[in-house]
Ligand binder design. Structure first.
Ligand SMILES: Nc1ncnc2c1ncn2[C@@H]1O[C@H](COP(=O)(O)OP(=O)(O)O)[C@@H](O)[C@H]1O
Ligand SMILES: Cc1cn([C@H]2C[C@H](O)[C@@H](COP(=O)(O)OP(=O)(O)O)O2)c(=O)[nH]c1=O
Length: 687
């Protein structure tokens, strides 16, 4: 008892944000992240605006230049900065970095030339390289070990979570600029300046917060972890992960998604300009990617949770590619924004599955390397794509398709890049799907439909089963036991191997469960545990008795199956029907009978037939049994092809004949009725 109490107490320590020093650092980080995203948007927009008069080609190249300046330092100087973070006072490193970033960003609008945009961007990124490792290395100093994961999640949250906020802010600032221009003439037509001022201010705020953070220790000789160069990480990483089919598929897919995303980011500004949208529209499109990603991660995954993860991964990348092609070809800003949300959703689904799968399915010893390999490769891919995409767009230039003298369709370099990016992503998605598919032979479309419906009825193993499965259902005393025995005899007479069984209680464990379930002593059993116990008995029954018999090619006749739970626990005990379906689908692995014989008898008649003491369920009031009967009938009505409903008040032999007629339709090589009439006179073994 004491141990238990202590454990529970230990499991609930205060939230990591209750830790004041970490909260301060986290606030500084959030402000900086917001500034970083604003910076990316404002600089690319500014580069486009500054070169707007120089033609499409030049403008595209100018924007590409910003991306190159932004990414180059990480690749060239990355490892160096990590060492720096370990040698010097981290608090002062961050503080001075923040002041430098503030001054550099502020200088961009004051100088206002394209060359300075590039130089300052490069310098800001160099400074970032020192700020980020210092921050990363500080977190473990402020947060106890067991809270580290939580802290990292929070870091991730603000790193990406601030992107849509920045996009929204950027769009709002672009609009607000027009109003402000009346007061401050300097701002007229320079909406990106406002964003840059706020960006600079964010770094200043961070500087103040960090300066007041006295808890960061000064000496860290212990934590000297130097990072190997990006290229070396890639080469070494591939040696470890390249041999594994699953990881290969995952990595190809995730890089494809990255490349497609890079293509969008690289040409978004010129593309939106060509559609007639201004900086505000650019902000909205940019934000749409992130809104989509967030919804994909939360809702997409939930909606399709029954689909194989591996399939969903490949599929979402293929769809993302196709959506991208559509984005490239449609010239309507509103539709483009909506499609961009969809694109983001697909990317979000792929990303989260990829990450989770590496976490779950990749062996512990390989996981760290796989992550760092992926990150290094993603950086290089992103750099290449982001630099190449606008360049390619610029070289292609603007084209107009003419019919006679009329311009009918505008096809620019940015459209071309997006089409290529989209097709590439789709191809990569197909490759990933082929590498990783774990449900070969099951058509994807039917898989998708049942996944959207929340079912997983396509059973994995029954395809190989050769036997036939017949279930008997009905209320108490309806004659199921009698009729299932007679059917077994009839089928054996015809030479079939028959396994006659029943629920609950046809296995060793099942017999114990049956005792619990039907003993009138257990009156207080809760409805849910009753449903779970029946399902447990059924799981055992399917795995140990029914499936093996079907594999052998036997006829399996079961007295009661899943429908009994739907009727008794679902309708009788008023549990949620969908829940009962779900636990039973899971328990049986989706095994559905080929035929269900429902012997429909009014409860008053059936109960009157029973002798002896009533068991726990028989003892329920008549109204309970009426509900059960109604549910059985409605189940049968919904699927007339798979049910035979027979009036249980008829005489026994008449019922048997009706059942034979129906079963005969399903038999592979049925004995005709006439020959049966002849041989039926011979004496047979009646049990
Ligand atoms: N069609 C029928 N007409 C009259 N009595 C029947 C009929 N079928 C079965 N019985 C009798 O009703 C009782 C209950 O039958 P049983 O097959 O055990 O029902 P269940 O398994 O559905 O509870 C038995 O005594 C059986 O002989
Ligand atoms: C299989 C199953 C049976 N039951 C109930 C119905 C019966 O009252 C009892 C099974 O007892 P049993 O003695 O086998 O009854 P019968 O001869 O009528 O089949 O368990 C459920 O409530 N849910 C289920 O899923």
């Amino acid at each position: 008892m004491t141990t238990l109490g202590r454990n529970t107490a230990r499991r609930k320590p205060p939230h990591v944000l209750a830790n004041a020093p970490f909260r301060k650092l986290w606030t500084a980080m959030s402000v900086c992240s917001l500034g970083d995203w604003l910076n990316l948007l404002a600089l690319t927009a500014l580069a486009g605006n500054l070169t707007a008069g120089e033609g499409y080609k030049f403008q595209s190249l100018a924007i590409g230049g910003v991306f190159v300046a932004k990414m180059l330092p990480a690749i060239v100087l990355g490892p160096l900065a990590g060492v720096f973070a370990d040698r010097f006072d981290r608090r002062l490193t961050m503080f001075f970095c923040d002041l430098l970033r503030f001054a550099l960003v502020l200088s961009i609008p004051l100088i206002g030339s394209y060359q300075w945009v590039i130089i300052a961007t490069f310098l800001v990124e160099c400074v970032n390289l020192f700020w980020v490792p210092a921050k990363d290395a500080t977190v473990p100093n402020l947060v106890p070990k067991e809270r580290l994961e939580e802290a990292n999640q929070l870091n991730l949250l603000v790193t990406y979570g601030t992107a849509p906020i920045a996009a929204l802010l950027f769009a709002v600032l672009s609009v607000a600029d027009d109003a402000l221009a009346n007061l401050v003439p300097f701002l007229a037509g320079r909406d990106t300046y406002l964003a840059l001022f706020i960006n600079a201010l964010a770094y200043l705020v961070s500087a103040v917060i960090i300066f007041s953070l006295k808890d960061i220790p000064k000496n860290h000789r212990d934590a000297a972890a130097s990072t190997p160069s990006v290229l070396r990480q890639i080469v070494e990483g591939w040696r470890f992960v390249g041999g594994n089919r699953l990881i290969r598929g995952l990595i190809i897919g995730m890089l494809g998604a990255f490349a497609a995303g890079g293509a969008v980011v690289g040409v978004a500004k010129i593309y939106v300009d060509a559609l007639g949208g201004g900086d505000a529209a650019y902000g909205v499109v940019f934000g749409a990617v992130f809104v989509g990603m967030a919804s994909g991660m939360f809702f997409g995954i939930k909606l399709l949770k029954e689909l194989s993860r591996r399939r969903l991964f490949g599929l979402s990348i293929i769809v993302a590619g196709l959506v991208l092609v559509a984005i490239a070809l449609v010239h309507n800003l509103v539709i483009v924004v909506l499609l961009t949300v969809l694109l983001g959703a697909c990317a979000g689904i792929a990303w989260i599955i990829g990450y989770t799968m590496i976490g779950l399915e990749v062996d512990d010893s390989l996981r760290g390397r796989t992550f760092s390999f992926l990150q290094s490769l993603a950086r290089v891919t992103l750099l290449l794509v982001v630099a190449v995409a606008p360049t390619l767009a610029g070289l292609f230039g603007r084209r107009v398709i003419m019919v006679g003298r009329e311009a009918v369709y505008q096809f620019d370099g940015s459209n071309l890049v997006l089409v290529i990016g989209g097709l590439l992503a789709s191809i990569v998605g197909i490759v990933a799907l082929l590498q990783m598919d774990d449900r070969k032979g099951v058509p994807i479309v039917s898989d998708l439909i049942s996944a959207v419906r929340g079912e997983r009825f396509a059973p994995e193993e029954t395809e190989q089963a050769r036997g036939m499965f017949i279930a008997f259902e009905g209320g108490e005393g309806s004659g199921k036991t009698t009729q299932s025995r007679l059917l077994a005899i009839w089928l054996r007479d015809q030479g079939f191997d028959v396994v006659q069984t029943r629920e609950p209680g046809s296995t060793k464990v099942g017999m114990r469960l049956r005792a619990i379930l039907l003993d009138a002593v257990h009156q207080g059993l809760s409805a849910r545990s009753e449903a779970l116990l029946y399902a447990a008995d059924r799981a055992e029954h399917v795995e140990k008795v029914i499936r093996p018999a079907l594999y052998r090619g036997s006829m399996v006749i079961s007295d009661r199956y899943v429908d009994s739970s739907l009727a008794y626990q679902g309708a009788g005990r008023a549990l949620d029907r969908a829940d009962v379906v779900r636990i039973n689908t899971w328990a049986t692995g989706g095994l559905v009978p080929d035929l269900t014989v429902l012997i429909d008898t009014p409860p008053s008649i059936g109960l009157a037939r029973l002798g002896g003491a009533a068991d726990r369920i028989e003892a329920e009031p008549l109204e309970f049994h009426e509900r059960v009967r109604r549910e059985f009938r409605s189940l049968a009505a919904a699927e007339p092809d798979r049910y035979a409903v027979i009036d249980g008040t008829l005489p026994q032999d008449q019922i048997s004949l009706l059942i034979h007629d129906r079963v005969r339709e399903l038999l592979p090589d049925p004995v005709p009725q006439e020959s049966e009439d002849v041989t039926g006179t011979m004496p047979a073994i009646r049990d």
